[in-house]
Ligand binder design. Sequence first.
Ligand SMILES: [Zn+2]
Length: 188
Amino acid sequence: MSTEATMLERCESKCELCGAESALSPFIVSPHSQVTVDHAIMICETCNGQIENPETVDVNHWRCLNDSMWSPVPPVQVTAWRQLKKLSESEAWATDLLDMMYLEEDVAKWAEIGMDDDDEKPRDINGVELKKGDDVTVTKDLPVKGTNQVIKQGTVIRGISLGDDPRLVSGRANGQSMYVIAEFCRKK
Ligand SMILES: [Zn+2]
């Protein structure tokens, strides 16, 4: 099943934030950049528009977080937390909900990392910042662009380098130099 089909099944074709049954599209929860089941949620145009353009926020629309903050799905929890955090600057009810909300430690860390929109650091699958010289493990089979080769899941790339694009890291594995998407690596 495709990622999007799996997500539609998870959300029962309802917006994972407000429950609307209108057209849904995947929303990638930063600092991640790929649509995966673990890092994206299905949301409606209203939610999407107001997240992308915070100046258009209709405060009352976000009362829906009262329900969706209890979702068992981590990327939904992260998005709900971030919205409540922003709303809590002016809305007492949002502060109250935020106080009630419970996030697992790694989910809480994810929620805070992604609040910074200018965050331009390469981050691994867990949102951990990658630095020059780190060793990483590839977390899924990745095709090598322009060839029919595949970098196998579990391949270790030692001593990575960073380039201009924060989404990519480079290094050598199996005697070859390669670029891989930071998000498909795990820091060792
Ligand atoms: Zn919605």
